[in-house]
Design a protein around this ligand. Sequence first.
Ligand SMILES: C[S@@+](CC[C@H](N)C(=O)[O-])C[C@H]1O[C@@H](n2cnc3c(N)ncnc32)[C@H](O)[C@@H]1O
Length: 341
Amino acid sequence: MTILPLQKNGYKNIEHRLKLKYLHSANYLGNILQGIDVIQGLNQTPKNLPPQYFYDDKGSELFEEICGLPEYYLTRTETQILAHCAHEIAEITGKCEIIELGSGSSTKTRIILDAYAKKKLPLHYLPVDVSAGILESSARQLLLDYPTLYVDALVGTYEEALSHLPIKSLPNRMMMFIGSTLGNLNPEKCHVFLSQIQAALAEDEYFLLGVDLQKPQHILEAAYNDSQGVTVAFNLNMLAHLNYRFDGNFDLDNFEHWAFYNQEENQIEMHLRSKRPQTVQLRKLNLQVSFARDETLHTEISRKFDLNQIQMTLMGHGLKTTQVWTDEKGWFALILTQAKK
Ligand SMILES: C[S@@+](CC[C@H](N)C(=O)[O-])C[C@H]1O[C@@H](n2cnc3c(N)ncnc32)[C@H](O)[C@@H]1O
């Protein structure tokens, strides 16, 4: 009798249907735990930090808040497109294991899972994220909400996950990279990333990409300078993350958020600007860094794409467009491609 409540709230089923694995390759240890990329970035001119350091538990929470802001049209628009096209995606792909890179809260993924479930397709989901807390809590909630779902979650970077993908649980795969996250990679990193995606997929397997498109500057700049200051908190949180991870003494009050659209590069650039001359230490990294007044620390780019050009880039990496969906204003696009060897 005592097992009835367990079955009712799903715990027993959840443990049976959940796999959670931390990827601990040398690269992961090097990048995340030892902070080699932090040392490199802070020693460059101009100084920069890899955007994955935004995403500790607090950063993931702030990002979720950003997604709901009125100025942040990206999540709202991509959600609308998905709501419109998810049944077509399910129709085209058929029975597929779904791999999602940078899955975060997996909120939008539910629309795809619903479409798969409606077609009675099996639900096998493999989310990948560096932010362990949100990955695990979202996976557990999904398992409660989808009784036939299996989740194989990987904590690690995209690169690591792509080279450590588990054996397929279904004959076919769809890889997802939504939320405009491709825009955070500069052209060189984007080239490496798309090559890895193509190599990880078998002939004709699917890659679903969500990209933000070019649009008037004031709309873009408002999205990264929201009136409630959540993006400011998100940007500054990177310094708080470095403080506890590497025993640092960044004073958050000594930096200010600066985000603008670089029209030549078609990208939003997000920086932290030093309000005064200062020296900061990250003791675990044996690192001391000096900032001049107004010196900037580059934390993120968010590239805005031309729809034809991005499809040509995908094609150049052996990812051929199968179908494209956009919103009425042409602000955002979902591109479904297939790997060609
Ligand atoms: C812009 S958010 C998008 C989240 C979600 N896909 C969405 O559409 O709302 C980027 C996500 O990728 C994760 N992430 C960032 N850099 C990563 C990396 N190098 N490897 C794996 N995950 C990463 C972050 O933790 C975060 O959850």
